[in-house]
Write a protein that binds this ligand. Structure first.
Ligand SMILES: [Zn+2]
Length: 148
């Protein structure tokens, strides 16, 4: 595996892997590709789990040490913000785990809606993507229309 030079982006950095280099004629989502994404997904999930744990400890250490109500209010604000972030992260962890099941069942990398290949580059940017770019765009348009 080539080392160093290539700039790693986003979730690839968590797993410390380089963007996948396809060989000519390589089959989409063969074992090597699946292993690549499994590694990324697991590293990403572990990273998120650590962040969730760290926040909980941080909040336990810091909680309720301010006699001043203004400080307390500021702390509560900070905590509720952190809790919302953690909540998003927990949901993301669940999504990652669902995606890992797909990898296991050899069902990863194809659009849930139309079945086409989602594509390696798109999946490296967003490994939990379950729609191709066209279906995703369409879904977003529909969502906006429903929201009015
Ligand atoms: Zn699609």
């Amino acid at each position: 595996m080539p080392q160093g030079k290539t700039k790693m982006i986003g979730v690839l950095a968590y797993a410390n892997v380089e963007p996948y280099q396809e060989q000519p004629g390589e089959e989409y989502m063969n074992e090597k590709q699946l292993a690549h994404f499994k590694k990324i997904l697991e590293a990403w999930r572990n990273q998120l789990r650590e962040e969730v744990d760290r926040t909980l400890h941080h909040m336990q250490d810091e909680a309720a040490n301010f006699p001043d109500p203004v400080d307390r209010a500021a702390q509560e604000e900070e905590f509720s913000l952190e809790l919302r972030t953690r909540d998003r992260e927990r949901k993301l962890i669940k999504k990652i785990e669902k995606t890992l099941v797909k990898v296991q069942e050899d069902d990863f990398g194809f659009c849930d809606s139309c079945g086409v290949e989602i594509g390696i580059r798109r999946l490296e940017a967003r490994p939990t993507a379950d729609l191709c770019i066209d279906c995703k765009t369409l879904a977003e348009i529909k969502e906006r229309q429903m929201a009015g």
